[in-house]
Design a binder for this molecule. Structure first.
Ligand code: FAD
Length: 460
C-alpha cells in the first residue's frame, strides 16, 4: 500500500487529508490533540458558534471517508512521543506536515519570566479549553497590555473586556510598534469592542503621534482613521462603555518590572521614531524616550514560530523549504535540508507549518489542498512503499505506551458531548481535559455494548 501520512489535524491537515482520500489513497492523520480542528477548535473565538459548528461538521465528513485513518493524542517529533525516524519506519509514501506554528515570538525582554506575562496563543488555547492549557494559571488583573495590533490582539481584548466570566478588567491597552496606518485588524473584529474606546483619548493619542507620522507622509487624522477602522466612533451618538480599550502607537515594550510576588506590576515602554525607507515603506526605530505604565498582565500577540522540537530542518523563517531566489514570494512546500542543501523527497509542509500566523481558515484549507496535490503527484510516480496499515500502526503506538484516539473513539465522544449540550441547553459542549474525554469514550463504549447485548437478549 502507498499510504500518505499527515501530521496535524487542523484545517490545513484535514483538507489535505480529504483531497488525498478522494484521490484514492489511504491517509493516516497523527494529531497532538484528541480532537481534530487545531486552531479552528481551540483558537477561533469561543462565541463564533456558527463558524465552529460548520467546521466541525466538515471535519467529521472528512473523518467519515473510509480511507481516512486517525490517531489523536499522538505527539510527533524528535523531542516528543513518536520521532521522525519512527514515523519513517512505518513506510509512508509521503508525509505532509500540517502541525501549525506552536511556538511564540519572544522579544527577550528583561523580566519576561514574571507571572502574568503570556503568549497570545497559549492564552487563547486556555480560554478555548485546550486540555493542558485549561489547568494552567492564566490569571488576569485589572490593567492589561496586549502587544500587537492584529485580529488575535483584538480577539483577546474582546475576551478580557466582555466575555471572560472571571474578568476584573478596568483597562486594556494595545501597544503597537508602528503607527495607526499599520493597523492589521479587520473592521468586523474591532466592531465587537469599539464601544470600549474612549473617543477623546484615542483622538489625543493620534495627536501625540501625528507629527512623526506626517514625516513619513502618513495622515493619521481622526476623520481618516475613524472612516477606515473605527466606523462607530464617527457616530455623534456613540456612547463609551467601560472597561476601557486604549491604544499606544509607536511604542515597544522595553522592560517588565515585577512586584514582590514576582507578578508584573509595571511595563517600561520605549517610544519609537517612524522612519521612511528608500522603497517608500516605514520602519520603527526605538529611541531612549521611556514611559512606565501600571500593568498587571501582559500578552504578546506578535505572531507564532515553528516548533523546532519536531525535528524538521529549520531555516531563517521556520521549517526550511527549497530556496528559490528568483521567486522569493512564491510559496514553497517541499521540505529542504540546509545541511545537505537537498530536497527531502515526498515531504511537505503546509498551512501555518509552512508560513506561521498567516491567513484565515480558508487560506489554510487552500494551502492543505495544494500540498496534498503535490504529495499525490509524488506518490503516483513513486515505487510501492508497503505502508503499515491502521492496526499495525496502532500496535506500534500501543507498544510505545501511547493511547491513540481513533475515529470510532471520536464518534463516541461526539455522542456524549452532544447529550451534554442538550442536557445543559448549550449550542455545544466540550470537555477541557483529556482524562474526562477518555472516561466519556470508555463509558459510551460500555453503554453501546450494553444496548447491543440487550437487543440480542431473547425476549422472555
Ligand atoms: C486566536 C486566533 C483566532 C483566529 N480566528 C479566526 C477566525 O475567526 N476565522 C478564521 O477563518 N481564522 C481564524 N484564525 C486562523 C485559523 O485558526 C488558522 O488559519 C488555521 O487554524 C491554520 O490551520 P493549520 O492547520 O495550518 O494550523 P493549526 O490550526 O494550528 O493546526 C495544527 C494542528 O497540528 C497539531 N499538532 C501540532 N503539533 C503537533 C505535533 N508535534 N504532532 C502532531 N500534531 C501536532 C495540532 O494539534 C493541531 O491540530 C484564528 C487564529 C488564531 C490564533
Amino acid at each position: 500500500m502507498k499510504g500518505i501520512f499527515v501530521v496535524g489535524a487542523g484545517p490545513a491537515g484535514m483538507f489535505a487529508a480529504r483531497q488525498i482520500a478522494l484521490a484514492g489513497y489511504d491517509v493516516f492523520l497523527f494529531n497532538r490533540d484528541i480532537k481534530p480542528g487545531g486552531l479552528a477548535e481551540y483558537g477561533i473565538y469561543p462565541l463564533k458558534d456558527k463558524m465552529k459548528l460548520g467546521l466541525r461538521k466538515q471535519f467529521s465528513q472528512v473523518l467519515a471517508l473510509p480511507n481516512v485513518h486517525y490517531f489523536g493524542n499522538v505527539l510527533v517529533g524528535n523531542s516528543y512521543e513518536v520521532t521522525l525516524e519512527e514515523l519513517e519506519a512505518m513506510h509512508p509514501a509521503a508525509i505532509v506536515y500540517a502541525c501549525g506554528a506552536q511556538g511564540a515570538r519572544k522579544l527577550g525582554l528583561p523580566g519576561a519570566d514574571a507571572k502574568g506575562v503570556y503568549a497570545a496563543k497559549d492564552f487563547v488555547y486556555h480560554y478555548n479549553q485546550l486540555p493542558l492549557y485549561t489547568g494552567m494559571d492564566f490569571s488576569t488583573g485589572r490593567n492589561i497590555a496586549i502587544v500587537g495590533m492584529g485580529n488575535v490582539a483584538i480577539d483577546i481584548a474582546r475576551w478580557l473586556l466582555i466575555d471572560d466570566p472571571d474578568r476584573k478588567t478596568e483597562s486594556v491597552t494595545i501597544i503597537a510598534r508602528r503607527g495607526p496606518l499599520e493597523i492589521k485588524f479587520d473592521e468586523k473584529e474591532i466592531e465587537y469592542v469599539e464601544q470600549h474606546i474612549a473617543r477623546a483619548e484615542l483622538v489625543a493619542e493620534l495627536d501625540r503621534v501625528k507629527e512623526q507620522c506626517a514625516r513619513c507622509n502618513q495622515d493619521v487624522s481622526p476623520e481618516k482613521l475613524f472612516e477606515q477602522h473605527f466606523r462607530h466612533l464617527k457616530d455623534p451618538n456613540f456612547v463609551f462603555t467601560p472597561p476601557r480599550l486604549s491604544f499606544r502607537f509607536l511604542s515597544s515594550p522595553a522592560a517588565i518590572l515585577p512586584d514582590a510576588n514576582g507578578r508584573i506590576s509595571r511595563l517600561e515602554v520605549a517610544e519609537n521614531d517612524l522612519v521612511l525607507k528608500a522603497d517608500g515603506s516605514t520602519s520603527a526605530v526605538q529611541t531612549d524616550r521611556r514611559v512606565t505604565l501600571d500593568i498587571d498582565t501582559l500578552i504578546f500577540a506578535i505572531g507564532d514560530t515553528h516548533d523546532a522540537n519536531i525535528g524538521l530542518p529549520m531555516g531563517p523563517d521556520g521549517y526550511a523549504t527549497e530556496p528559490d531566489p528568483e521567486h522569493p514570494r512564491e510559496p514553497h512546500y517541499e521540505v529542504w535540508d540546509p545541511a545537505t542543501k537537498a530536497l527531502i523527497p515526498g515531504r511537505y509542509v503546509t498551512g501555518w507549518a509552512r508560513k506561521a500566523s498567516t491567513g484565515l481558515v480558508g487560506i489554510a484549507r487552500h494551502d492543505g489542498e495544494v500540498a496534498a496535490a503535490k504529495a499525490i503527484d509524488f506518490v503516483r510516480n513513486a515505487p510501492e512503499s508497503n505502508t503499515l496499515g491502521e492496526s499495525e500502526i496502532l500496535a506500534r503506538l500501543g507498544a510505545k505506551g501511547l493511547h491513540p484516539v481513533t475515529k470510532a473513539d471520536l464518534a463516541l465522544l461526539a455522542r456524549v458531548e452532544q447529550r451534554e449540550a442538550q442536557a445543559h441547553q448549550l449550542v455545544s459542549f466540550k470537555y477541557s481535559d483529556n482524562e474526562a474525554m477518555f472516561s466519556a469514550i470508555a463509558e459510551e463504549r460500555e453503554r453501546a455494548l450494553r444496548a447491543d447485548t440487550e437487543q440480542l437478549a431473547p425476549m422472555s
